[in-house]
Design a protein around this ligand. Structure first.
Ligand SMILES: [Zn+2]
Length: 260
């Protein structure tokens, strides 16, 4: 049971990062991918991964929220980082037209630059798409034949959007968003449509604490040790055994990111 979305560099984990990793191990999480969201945090993510060999890996990239920070120097920093063995993907990168923290043209520029970098380095991409489905696929599609793999993390789109992502060959990351009784219902119904070998699971910690945990954690902070809850719920909604799903997901992750 592998967690592909852990924002371990978040200041919300400043006081107890080591404990967070320990609790994840104790809960049966078999590994985690630490998300890099800008140049600085990608460096921090790589260092964190380095200090947990064979358990943590990281991505190097610039989140669409930070796209306005993109420069040629950013590309060089990511390229340097990608040379270390802990860095197994470029990202998170993509488009976010929900919060629009960077202008659309800046987002598309930074996205395309990272796709080019991933193609150059022959690395898979860790993708973010929110309310930008059409532009997202339009920018991404020409690059896909040059990339060894791609996962669209924290998928929260519609059925036609899911079908388009699957048709493009993308793997799909599902978070505890799906456990939300208010906004996760549509996604829940889509779960059986995702082929077993394309499904990945993630907490997106410290964000998106699953809303249906009993008893409710005292803090609203999400942690990778809550991944088993997401596995359990997703397995139920797919009509599968949790243990089999956990193993399948672990295999999918190790194969896409070539983890040894
Ligand atoms: Zn994201």
């Amino acid at each position: 049971m592998f967690d592909i979305g852990v924002n371990l560099t978040s200041t919300q984990f400043a006081k107890d990062r080591e404990q967070v990793v320990k609790r994840a191990r104790a809960a049966g999480v078999t590994g985690m991918l630490i998300t890099g969201t800008n140049a600085l945090e990608s460096q921090q993510a790589q260092r964190l991964a380095q200090s947990h060999p064979d358990y943590c890996w990281s991505t190097a990239g610039v989140h669409p929220h930070h796209a306005s920070e993109w420069s040629a120097e950013t590309g060089n920093t990511l390229r340097r980082l990608a040379a270390s063995k802990e860095v197994v993907a470029i990202g998170e990168c993509g488009l976010d037209f929900n919060r629009n923290l960077s202008a659309h043209d800046q987002q598309e520029y930074a996205f395309e630059a990272q796709l080019a970098l991933a193609a150059e380095l022959n690395l898979p991409v860790f993708l973010h798409c929110r309310e930008a489905h059409e532009r997202f696929l339009a920018v991404l599609t020409p690059w896909l034949p040059k990339l060894p793999g791609a996962v669209v993390h924290c998928f929260t789109g519609t059925r036609p959007e899911l079908e388009a992502c699957l048709a493009a060959g993308l793997s799909v990351g599902i978070t505890g968003w799906v456990c939300d009784e208010r906004r996760g219902l549509e996604l829940r119904e889509l779960l059986p449509l995702i082929p077993a070998d394309k499904l990945m699971l993630e907490t997106d910690a410290p964000y998106l604490l699953p809303r249906d945990m009993h008893p409710r954690p005292t803090s609203r902070r999400n942690e990778p040790c809550f991944l088993p809850h997401i596995v359990q719920q997703v397995a139920g909604w797919r009509g599968e055994e949790a243990e089999a799903l956990a193993q399948q997901v672990d295999q999918n992750v190790r194969s896409l990111f070539s983890l040894t």
